[in-house]
Design a protein around this ligand. Structure first.
Ligand SMILES: C[S@@+](CC[C@H](N)C(=O)[O-])C[C@H]1O[C@@H](n2cnc3c(N)ncnc32)[C@H](O)[C@@H]1O
Length: 418
């Protein structure tokens, strides 16, 4: 009987969570070779149905292995053999993209930034030069964003001289990106890691953020996340007793309510369409704060993007409960996933109406007071405009992408992922 091997990428510390998910969602898949951040599963009978893992919380991306692991010296030969074998079966042009990525994108902020820069950097090391030559010879763009239903040939660097070759068809949004990690332009100065995770959350969610929409963030200091929201031309209210970065405070589209979540007057955030939360508190605490806002008579929040800390491993078992709680507030579309730029946390996104994903437009329901105008002065604080960029900010400006956090039409991954 023919067997296939599935490859799965995740955060390096999430291997056990993935194994546990696979044992529930595809029980007959047998765990095989694995390294931190990269697992394979043996599937007997061929034609494995990868869609069974669509709702995994910890899988960043996945596909089907082709052949044995390759070494650097044999990589071009093995890739050619892979392309030829599919050409024999399905005609020329089976693949449309070549993605190359390392299995371990790192745990701490530095290594995640380093990975991101690596993804954006010029192809000048011997491996990438070899892959670049291959990509040109076979007209397969290297590490570009793929489109829905396109087929991607993957080269995954497992160890210094060990490479897996695999492929996948793009059915989920994250499968468009090399290794499931989105590419986006980043500013010269990034306020905090939250900039990356919020960018990623916006791109993954496909929520129809519109210029000028009012957005509230609970736990906004120092402001990386707000930076990403301001980048998308949203009007942002940040709630946090801690100090915001000067560059954020200087932006006229930002208002700081320097207090704890519990002390905000809901009328002051009545115009908010989007609610983000990133407080360093237990998930239940975050959910309690969000519940108070979305269930309040003065507010009409359309969508949520919540960072939920996984303070202990056992909390991963409670993710279903968190999702159910959010649904019970009337959000009929809820998804939870660990993002590439999450650390020990997951991202929960929710929409009041799933149809918003299709139509890409959120109409304001009320003519509620402008939050800034109605906010008591003592709640707001502003500082003069700074000129000094912050230190330790990663720079990788040269990249561009055809995607943004702004609305997009419905595509295949939403159909298959729902
Ligand atoms: C991980 S940091 C947030 C990072 C931030 N989102 C960014 O983009 O830079 C967590 C923040 O939650 C804030 N926080 C903790 N408890 C809070 C509460 N009850 N209300 C508001 N903010 C709170 C902390 O002051 C801290 O600034």
């Amino acid at each position: 009987m023919k067997s296939e091997f599935i490859f799965v990428a995740c955060k390096s510390e999430a291997n056990d969570f993935v194994k546990s998910e696979v044992s529930k969602l595809a029980a007959e898949w047998k765990p095989s070779f694995s390294r931190p951040g990269f697992l394979t599963f043996k599937v007997d009978g061929g034609n494995p149905d990868l869609a069974r893992l669509n709702h995994s919380r910890f899988i960043r991306t996945l596909g089907v292995n082709i052949g044995k692991f390759a070494k650097f010296d044999s990589l071009a030969f093995d890739l050619k053999a892979a392309v030829d074998s599919f050409a024999n079966e399905a005609g020329d042009g089976f693949f449309q993209h070549l993605h190359f990525w390392p299995r371990n994108i790192g745990k701490n902020d530095q290594s995640i930034f380093a990975f991101f820069q690596w993804l954006h950097s010029e192809m000048d090391d011997p491996i990438r030069l070899q892959l670049k030559a291959f990509s040109e010879a076979h007209q397969l763009p290297l590490n570009r964003t793929a489109s829905s239903d396109e087929k991607v040939l993957n080269v995954i660097q497992i160890d210094e001289d060990q490479f897996a070759i695999g492929w996948h068809e793009v059915k989920l949004r994250q499968q468009k990106w090399p290794g499931g990690v989105p590419r986006f332009p980043i500013p010269d100065s990034v306020v905090s890691r939250a900039f990356f995770k919020t960018k990623e959350a916006m791109m993954w969610s496909r929520f129809p953020f519109q210029e000028g929409d009012v957005c509230v963030e609970l736990g906004s200091a120092p402001g990386g996340s707000v930076q990403a929201l301001l980048d998308a031309k949203l009007e942002v209210i940040g709630i946090d007793p801690a100090v915001m970065d000067e560059s954020i405070m200087a932006n006229p589209s930002f208002t700081h309510m320097k207090k704890r979540n519990a002390y905000i007057n809901k009328k002051d955030i009545a115009d908010a369409k989007w609610l983000f939360a990133d407080s360093n508190v237990a998930p239940q605490h975050t959910l309690d704060s969000v519940a108070e806002i979305v269930n309040n008579q003065h507010t009409s929040v359309h969508g949520l993007v919540l960072t939920l800390k996984l303070l202990q491993d056992k909390l991963t078992h409670e993710i279903n409960q968190y999702a159910a709680t959010v649904k019970s507030w009337g959000f009929n579309f809820v998804r939870v996933r660990q993002l590439a730029f999450n650390r020990n946390e997951v991202c929960l996104i929710a929409l009041k109406r799933k149809s918003l994903l299709r139509f890409g437009k959120v109409k304001s329901k009320s003519s509620k007071p402008n939050p800034v105008a109605s906010t008591p002065k003592e709640n707001q604080s502003k500082t003069p405009k700074p000129n000094k960029p912050s230190e330790n900010s990663p720079k990788a400006n040269e990249s561009s992408t055809n995607e943004s956090g702004i609305s997009e039409s419905k595509s295949a991954e939403s159909k298959s992922a729902e």
